[in-house]
Design a binder for this molecule. Structure first.
Ligand code: TMP
Length: 211
């Protein structure tokens, strides 16, 4: 693949969405062809699945159902949007990807690891990010920040899971980073947005220079 696939990960309130915007804008300002997208979402159908899976006003969603909805959105997003952009040599900046499924559905919901890893691989068609920025911070800090958002924390179904759930998600994210030290860069998400943006941009630039 001639393009570069970058993802941002972290728990609620980690600042990853802000960093996705800043990174995409900074790279575009330097003349790169950039696509910024998100999961679940990124295509009209995947955005509709997002609405369904995050809707808090519905029957209890079982872990298997939830997993398949996130993966259905990803299957569409990868094939209809991400792969074509990478094939054109563009830089794709994606807010969450497979690591989110491993952390939330694996660490959080405890979906059986072997099935989870096989299904994740299949849904993404074997696509993995070239580089992942994990914005790590204490759960309380993230939740507090997310509460201050205009949309309000706790509005969607995943945000109602509580701090113990997010602790498991955070632990799983860190385990993924330890298992893939060359792909996943762990950053202190409690630091200021400017210094984070600078660190991430300079890392991307060094990757681009090394190609
Ligand atoms: P966002 O608010 O960062 O856009 O993410 C939406 C929510 O969906 C967030 O609580 C994390 C969750 N999520 C999963 O549980 N599994 C996944 O595979 C993805 C992509 C997101």
């Amino acid at each position: 693949m001639p393009g570069l696939f970058l993802t941002l990960e972290g728990i609620e309130g980690s600042g990853k969405s802000t960093q996705a915007v800043r990174l995409a804008d900074a790279l575009a300002a330097e003349g790169h062809s950039v696509v910024r997208t998100r999961e679940p979402g990124g295509t009209p159908l995947a955005e509709r699945i997002r609405h369904v899976v995050l809707d808090a006003k519905q029957e209890p969603v079982l872990p298997e159902t939830e997993l398949l909805l996130f993966l259905a959105a990803r299957a569409q997003h990868v094939r209809a949007h991400i792969r074509p952009a990478l094939a054109e040599g563009r830089i794709v900046v994606c807010d969450r990807f497979t690591d989110a499924t491993l952390a939330y559905q694996g660490g959080g919901r405890r979906v059986e690891p072997e099935a989870l890893s096989r299904l994740c691989e299949w849904a993404a068609g074997g696509l993995w990010p070239d580089r992942t920025y994990l914005l790590d911070l204490p759960v309380e800090t993230g939740v507090e920040r997310a509460r201050e958002r205009p949309s309000g924390f706790g509005v969607d179904r995943m945000e109602r899971q509580g701090n113990d759930f997010l602790e498991s998600v955070r632990r799983e994210y860190l385990a993924i980073a330890r298992a893939h030290p060359n792909r996943v860069m762990v950053l202190d998400g409690s630091q200021g947005a400017d210094s984070l943006a600078e660190t991430i941009l300079s890392d991307v630039k060094s990757r681009l220079a090394g190609r």
